[in-house]
Design a protein around this ligand. Structure first.
Ligand SMILES: [Zn+2]
Length: 196
């Protein structure tokens, strides 16, 4: 039997929960079918407002459903369930941020920091393809690299689907993120820097 395991995430990956809503459910199902063949046999496509209980890993495939994605990000943060966020909009698709809560930027971090770093490449600047023939193999390859701990996504890259790392935007962690930063929930904590 084929199995999917990850030293980086520390275990066997059998249940990938793919969160998606119309018009992206068919694309999510195509990816889900492929991941099942690779060993994530108990994977399933669920609505954006479903929960991630019992899953090993989450993938969120969404367009401009901002409120729903923001709420999902908060729920997954509470569960500490790692999630690969995929943005699909008008036939274009971008991969990232990869959110390993406590380690890498979350979706809210990315949305916040985009506003402050206007000089960096923005999602809208990127192409990326939502054609299933391009999307499914590209996302699968990146996911497998991620599970090996080798993907540029771990360093905060946001990739145009079908493109290379040269096309990447960058997600940064927001130290005051209300969702994923422990600092924002521990206001009594302070840091002092001494300068000579
Ligand atoms: Zn965050």
């Amino acid at each position: 039997m084929v199995t999917l395991s990850s030293d980086y995430l520390g275990g066997t990956i059998t249940r990938i929960r793919l969160f998606a809503s119309a018009p992206n459910t068919a694309l999510a199902q195509a990816l889900c079918d492929h991941l099942q063949q690779l060993g994530a046999t108990r994977s399933s496509v669920v609505a954006l407002d479903a929960d991630g209980d019992g899953a090993d890993l989450a993938i969120c495939i969404a367009g401009e459903a901002d409120d729903a994605v923001a709420a999902l990000n908060r729920r997954l943060s509470r569960q500490a369930l790692p999630c690969l966020f995929v943005h699909v909009d008008g036939g274009r698709a971008q991969l990232g941020p990869w959110t390993y809560y406590g380690h890498t930027p979350c979706w809210a971090c990315y949305r916040t920091t985009l506003r402050f770093f206007r000089g960096q490449p923005q999602l809208a600047d990127h192409g990326g393809s939502a054609d299933p023939a391009v999307f499914v193999p590209f996302v699968t390859a990146q996911l497998l690299a991620l599970l090996r701990g080798e993907s540029a996504l771990i360093g905060g890259a946001v990739l145009a689907v079908g493109g290379g790392e040269a096309d990447a935007a960058r997600a940064l962690k927001d130290p005051l993120c209300e969702v994923c930063s422990i600092w924002s929930r521990q206001p009594t904590e302070a840091f002092y820097v001494q300068q000579d």
